[in-house]
Design a protein around this ligand. Structure first.
Ligand code: BTN
Length: 242
């Protein structure tokens, strides 16, 4: 089992803690909490984090080779999907790194860089997984969301899921740092729910949704699409809306 784990009962956000203490935390430290008071998502969204039987964790990563760090969120989505599948539940990945079950979000990933003098020192990779949420709380989330207990009809053991996820992540982590997207491309594509479809893409900094045909993933983990003008375009950031 992974040895470097810091457990909190309640914290503002495991990502915030990891960023604030980044320089004093060792590479591969896992920070976890039973609940968060200010759980954060991508695009400054709130990540609902009161439930004490979900996963809220952040991993401090400071590899010397940093070229493939941008692919680490996609790798984590593959790990999370793989663990969900051990409960006999089919998980899908929506570009770049959302994990969905029955087309509803079950897991979110937020990766933040730590910079010193404008130079990247590493990242904090945060993940939240809905394990044991009552349907009434899921209904309050502004986008379609689901929890593993609802799918299986049984309470999910948080510690067991946590151990599986952390082990799965570190099993092939070194390979991903060395070889990037290529080392898990097949597993990612196997679970995708967007290739070969017409999708809307919402770029990070504006609200405009553009329509594309999602053609393929390139070897760097970027989505290649075809626009209405017939031209190929590589999408480096943005969210897919199916
Ligand atoms: C998203 O889909 O918008 C990303 C959600 C990320 C949530 C996790 S929970 C643990 C870590 N701490 C946070 O404040 N956020 C991430």
């Amino acid at each position: 089992m992974h040895s470097n784990i810091i457990n909190f009962d309640t914290i503002d956000s495991t990502n915030t803690y990891a960023l604030e203490h980044f320089e004093n935390l060792e590479d591969k430290t896992v920070i976890t909490a039973l609940s968060q008071t200010k759980g954060r998502g991508r695009f400054n969204r709130v990540w609902v984090s009161e439930n004490r039987e979900n996963i809220y964790l952040s991993i401090v990563l400071k590899p010397s080779k940093k070229d493939f760090l941008p692919n680490i969120t996609q790798y984590m989505s593959v790990c999370c999907a793989g663990v969900i599948e051990t409960y006999n539940v089919k998980a899908q990945i929506k570009y770049p790194n959302d994990v969905l079950v029955d087309n509803k979000k079950i897991c979110g990933i937020l990766c933040e860089s730590y910079l010193k003098n404008n130079i990247i020192q590493g990242v904090v990779l945060g993940i939240g997984v809905n394990l044991n949420m009552p349907q009434s709380v899921l209904n309050t989330i502004d986008r379609p969301a689901v929890s593993l207990n609802i799918i299986t009809g049984e309470n999910i053991n948080r510690q067991e899921f946590f151990n599986k996820l952390v082990n799965e992540f570190f099993n092939n982590y070194d390979d991903v740092i060395q070889n990037g997207f290529a080392s898990f491309k097949e597993d990612y594509i196997l679970r995708n729910n967007f290739l070969g479809k017409n999708v809307y893409i919402q770029q990070r900094d504006n609200d405009i949704k553009e329509n594309f045909f999602a053609q393929k993933m390139d070897d760097n983990g970027n989505l290649v699409v075809i626009g209405n003008d017939g031209k190929e375009k590589t999408i480096f950031s943005g969210d897919i809306i199916l």
